[in-house]
Design a protein around this ligand. Structure first.
Ligand code: NAP
Ligand code: HSE
Length: 419
């Protein structure tokens, strides 16, 4: 008998409980062992839930799981950083395997967890922490054995991709679309993590740490979200034949990487633009394999729980050897040095002439799309650094602007809009 202690019975935890207890899945036949969730930690035992579990397995005391010698695997699906770190570390010290979906804690403590797992000869698997149901960590770990990875790029957040799709295709407002994403269980406990890009920042840090063999610090990745995107922007993108996506991208060059999370504009007919709703796509480029793309549901109860249960399966069947794919020193993340492109900029300001003057002063050429209520323009090819510098110089409140890099080769604004 394999006993599992589940930390959390929310969206993901209840999915894990259902998959493991669904007789159709017959884990016993597959693994030749009985598998049981014997204890579940929650914050509030008396909370009304959409799932029915035997009352005697619910507890509010973490020691009931972490100190129970009969529990073999701890599955952490509660979220947060400090408490999750404490429980996961204790689980290893008490000789338990750990599976988690929690990117916040993995991105910060990946190195520590791998060391602890190795020291105690236990498994540490975290497939569900990046891109929900898409198997990406396992194939990445396999590919880095024989490939030098040069680029990782992707749509790594289901909530924001859902919001962008609903705004563009169903004319929902930002807040309406966010409320729906939350109702469907896609959003983080604090959706600021989704909207401001922090969730993608963490996922990109995890993927980059594995791909580039070194722990990449989360806050070394520059991050900008989609909070200030407006329906006006979406209307203009449609006219320009562009689609907006919140993307994470890391590029390796010599001993450095450049990494960022930001809204980008892509051709409306590109593969990435066809990734809609809560779906994600991850693209990896290696010197031997070339470009690989992984696509699937990036958030939500069943896809995420499926990834967690696949990890549980790998642990029980002994496929969990913790490779030493992370070394100890942190890799240098050189900000956004390697990124450049044409930029879409919308600025809500009384003083449009000041903006145009600054653009001229910074030798940034541009085409104006609109100057009536707001100033909307497309720049010529510039570096990511120079656009950030310009925005800083303007000293305007964040709510009053939105900008995004156009990732379309030879994009020419006059092909779409008579300027
Ligand atoms: P959730 O619905 O908010 O559920 C969290 C669960 O953990 C709840 O059952 C809660 O107890 C329990 N919990 C939280 N803090 C606790 C504490 N300090 N002590 C005891 N119990 C605690 O969250 P979720 O959406 O399932 O997400 C769980 C984790 O998976 C997060 O790390 C998230 O980032 C990650 N993830 C989520 C998704 C997704 O699509 N939702 C996808 C991939 C990864 P109560 O029920 O009593 O409040
Ligand atoms: N909030 C996350 C998302 C959950 O929307 O992608 C999956 O990691």
């Amino acid at each position: 008998m394999i006993k599992i202690g589940l930390l959390g019975l929310g969206t993901v935890g209840s999915g894990v409980y259902e998959i493991i207890n669904n007789p159709k899945n017959n884990l016993k036949r597959l693994l030749n062992k009985n598998v049981e969730i014997s204890k579940i930690l929650v914050r509030d035992k008396n909370k009304k839930r959409n799932i029915s579990v035997p009352e005697n397995i619910l507890t509010e005391n973490p020691d009931d799981l972490l100190n129970d010698p009969d529990i073999d695997i701890i599955v952490e699906v509660m979220g947060g950083i400090d408490t999750a770190y404490k429980y996961i570390s204790t689980a290893f010290k008490n000789n338990k395997h750990v599976v988690t979906a929690n990117k916040a804690v993995v991105s910060k403590y990946l190195n520590d967890f791998l060391s602890l797992a190795n020291r105690h000869h236990k498994g540490f698997l975290f497939e569900a922490s990046v891109a929900g149901g898409i198997p990406i960590i396992k194939p990445l770990k396999q590919n880095i054995r024989i490939n030098q990875i040069s680029e990782i790029k992707g749509i790594l957040n289901g909530t924001t991709n859902f919001i962008l799709t609903k705004m563009a295709e169903e004319n929902l407002s930002f807040n309406e679309a966010l409320a729906l994403a939350t109702e469907l269980g896609y959003a983080e406990a604090d959706p600021t993590d989704d909207i401001e890009g922090y969730d993608v920042q963490r996922k990109l840090a995890i993927l980059s740490s594995i791909a580039f063999h070194n722990q990449v610090a989360v806050d070394s990745i520059q991050c900008r979200g989609i909070r200030t995107l407006s329906t006006k922007d979406i209307e203009i993108f449609e006219r320009l034949h562009l689609t907006v996506k919140l993307a994470g991208k890391a590029i390796a060059c010599d001993d450095e990487i450049s990494a960022s999370v930001e809204p980008i504009l892509i051709d409306k007919n590109s593969t990435m633009a066809t990734v809609k709703d809560a779906f994600n796509i991850v693209s990896i480029t290696g010197d031997t394999i070339g470009n690989l793309q992984f696509y699937g549901q990036g958030a939500g109860k069943n896809p995420t729980a499926n990834a967690v249960v696949c990890d549980i399966y790998d642990i029980i069947s002994g496929q969990f050897k913790s490779d030493h794919f992370i070394q100890n020193d942190e890799i240098k993340c050189a900000g956004i040095d390697l990124f450049k492109g044409k930029y879409y900029i919308r600025i809500n300001t009384e003083n449009k002439q000041k903006v145009l003057h600054l653009l001229d002063k910074n030798h940034i050429h541009y085409d104006i799309i609109s100057i009536h209520q707001e100033l909307i323009l497309i720049t010529d090819l510039i570096t990511a650094k120079s656009i950030d510098h310009l925005i800083n110089q303007l000293q305007i409140f964040e709510n009053n602007y939105f900008y995004a890099r156009i990732e379309v080769n030879d994009f020419n604004v006059s092909n779409y809009i008579a300027i």
